[in-house]
Design a protein around this ligand. Structure first.
Ligand SMILES: *Cc1c(COP(=O)(O)O)cnc(C)c1O
Length: 396
């Protein structure tokens, strides 16, 4: 008998080419290369909060009032008004997702998520005994939801639909009309939506980003978001859950009370960070400038991925309209490789470029690239990917 049975882990075989510096385009952490940064003004405000010694105690379990007010003010819309009472501060967006899934689904029920989709949804749901079913996205229609497949995925056990916009891993940004069409399917099935909007506002080149709750009419929406990506501080572990209580359903069904009860297990996130939320969500000049810089950089990098990988044999980039990710379709057979995991392993061992296989996102035949790294790193990584594909296609 062992203390712990062996665990199953996804592993990518082989190691990077020791002759070449590893270029890692795999992790969705915008701080990884140090080029995207939180402004000094925010750090000064953080030091002021610590020195003030007013935030060393516990905060209310659902969050610090000033933070909840700031989040409500930032994300309220005329169609889906929010008050601080509708905001719960959480340990990152992940914590908000855990609360949302836990509050709407009982063990044995299921939630629907997109395929391709962000694997954390499954990890959290299955950890609570909640099953996951998937609906399809349409890669050649901007990764829009296949509405028929969404409707078909609903069954008696379905408790909620999870929608992630802008998308990790797809880099897609949905129109208001498409979001309304998704909401209409949920409405017909009388299902609440969990809207993962951690990339709120992170849409490029004037593409408008629409909060799902603003077009979802009678559908109750639990929106999750956080500081991690938009403020470039994932290590600060601060997020929020927004309750859009259409028709009072979240109250009458007990979800609102359930969320409150669940917050008492872990208490609210790091209190000094919560105290900083009003600054981070403000329109102070330094914050507005940092937001603009981040968006311009990401938009530039997203466009660069398309031009730099154009014409690479066996690769097709599906352009990103937002977030920090782009999906690349890989013709594995043309490269003499069995699947996307084999592509990732070979690219890493030959060229020391690391990307994630589509297999991580239920997207066989694709790889996901993170385009946060500096232009120079991306340029070198894309050149190596080109050399890799040219060499492999030639060898076949
Ligand atoms: C990064 C990410 C999260 C988790 O964010 P945290 O705030 O770091 O917990 C949740 N959903 C999506 C789609 C993400 O990409």
């Amino acid at each position: 008998m062992r203390w712990l049975p062996p665990r199953r882990v996804l592993s990518i075989g082989g190691s990077p080419n020791p002759e070449k510096e590893l270029l890692d385009l795999s992790v969705g952490d915008p701080t990884a290369y140090g080029n995207l940064r939180v402004p000094d003004e925010v750090l000064d405000a953080a030091v002021g909060i610590l020195r003030g010694r007013k935030h060393n105690g516990y905060a209310p379990s659902f969050g610090l009032p000033a933070a909840r007010e700031a989040v409500a003010a930032r994300y309220t819309t005329p169609a889906a008004p929010l008050t601080p009472e509708d905001v719960v501060m959480t340990v990152g967006t992940s914590g908000a997702l855990e609360l949302a899934i836990g509050a709407v689904a009982n063990a044995g029920q299921s939630v629907l998520m997109a395929r391709p989709g962000f694997p954390l949804f499954r990890t959290l749901a299955e950890g609570m005994g909640v099953r996951v079913a998937t609906y399809d996205l349409l890669p050649d229609a901007g990764w829009e939801v296949d509405l028929d497949s969404l409707a078909a995925a609903v069954d008696d056990t379905t408790a909620a639909v999870i929608v992630n916009n802008p998308s990790n891993p797809c880099g897609s940004v949905y129109s208001a009309a498409h979001l309304a069409a998704i909401a209409a399917v949920a409405s017909a099935a009388r299902l609440p939506i969990i809207a993962d909007e951690v990339y709120a506002g992170m849409a490029f080149d004037g593409v408008p980003w629409t909060p799902l709750s603003s077009v979802s009419a009678d559908v109750p929406v639990l929106t999750v978001g956080g500081l991690s990506k938009q403020s470039v501080v994932p290590g600060w572990r601060c997020g929020w859950l927004l309750l859009h209580d259409a028709g009072g359903v979240l109250t009458s069904s007990g979800v609102r009370a359930g969320v409150r009860a669940l917050t008492t297990r872990m208490m609210a996130p790091h209190r000094p960070t919560q105290a900083l939320v009003p600054t981070l969500l403000s329109d102070a000049p330094a914050i507005v400038a940092a937001r603009g810089d981040l968006l311009r950089t990401l938009a530039d990098h997203a466009a660069f991925a398309v031009t730099a990988l154009a014409g690479v044999p066996a690769l097709t980039v599906l352009p990103a309209a937002g977030s920090m990710y782009v999906m690349v379709r890989v013709d594995c057979a043309a490269l003499g490789l069995v699947d996307d995991a084999a592509f990732v392993a070979a690219l890493r061992s030959e060229e020391s470029v690391f990307v994630l296989p589509g297999a991580c996102f239920d997207a066989p035949g694709y790889v996901r690239l993170v385009f946060c790294a500096p232009r120079g790193v991306l340029s070198e990584a894309f050149a190596r990917m080109r050399a890799f594909c040219v060499r492999r296609v030639g060898r076949k």
